[in-house]
Design a protein. Sequence first.
Length: 397
Amino acid sequence: MTTTLTPTSAAEVEDYIKSALARAEPVEVIGGGTKRAISPATQTAHVLDLSAFSGIVSYEPEELILTVRPGTTMAELSEALSAANQMLAFEPPDFVPLLGGTGAATFGGAFGTNFAGPRRLTAGAVRDHMLGIAAVSGRGESFKAGGKVVKNVTGYDLARALCGSWGTLAVATEMTVKVLPRPEMEISLTLAGLTPQDAVAAMSRALGAPTDVSSAAHLPADIAAPVLGADAARTLVRLEGFGPSVEARAAALTALFAGHEVGRLDPAQSAAAWKAIRDVTPFVGTSGPVWRISVAPTAGPTILAAAPAGSRAFMDWAGGLVWVEAPASGDGGGAVLRAAIAAAGGGHATLVRAPSAVRAETATFHNAAANVKALTQRLRAAFDPQSILNPGRLARS
């Protein structure tokens, strides 16, 4: 029988982990549990539920610094940041609708998975904004790394290393993150009817121009229809900042793409479109396996072309992130897609959503390169040598 532990302090987290170590009983670590369905199920005697260990520890808007506990919901953070006209620049996605789940996403979950949205193209991922962390390792030892000053990089790499480890190395008890001012205005320009190859070339051209594009994505016709109400493929580039600057840059981009059918999304339309891209809304309410594929931007069209027959797909990050919904049969296209990734020069595919039959046929996470495996093993040996925390959560092919 599984026991659920609900700590409300760092001391309780440490006590629970020490107790698990003494009994050699592994622990599943979760926050809001909204991404729990992505990773392989763990077989543990205890669940360490951090949802009650929540709240904003400190927020200094004038210093652009926020410190939170792991169970703090993204909704609570969004409300606090909006009141100060600030934001988390990495634009964390909300996968609750995609996964058909319930509950509220937490910052601990964002930190543990390192998932970022469309602005990751220019603003970086979650780990790029982490300043410091307090945590308890799988050895039952409390430690701190980094600090609350943007220029203080002491221990910074350690906080980055733990970000995206899916709770397999340590349990974060307090995290300090850099925030940024919210843009005064955003609009998006669209190019109609481009092929994936032409879309990547156009997005690259836009990013290479002095127009400070913050996001770029390509939606084939079947995806553009529900997102934009369009009857053909659309390639989107987002511009953010002060109003006059946005207008000047939009004019420059429009001139750059003279000869193309250039459209424009107003601020509300733009925000809605990028939220749909961020949260993979086109695949909400369907049942096929959903893959999150990271490759070099130039390889995006290759992955689209290699997707199994009957798939639906679109590109974010100027082609560097490909979302694929494949038919629900066999391994859900895993072998085909991962072979295409290897042929295109490398990358990784994560099986974000899948029916149980498909989940049983293929690994959730990509098989890492030998040097990455070796580094992962050294980190595990240093932080959690007995594999007490989330054993098997990062099982790979």
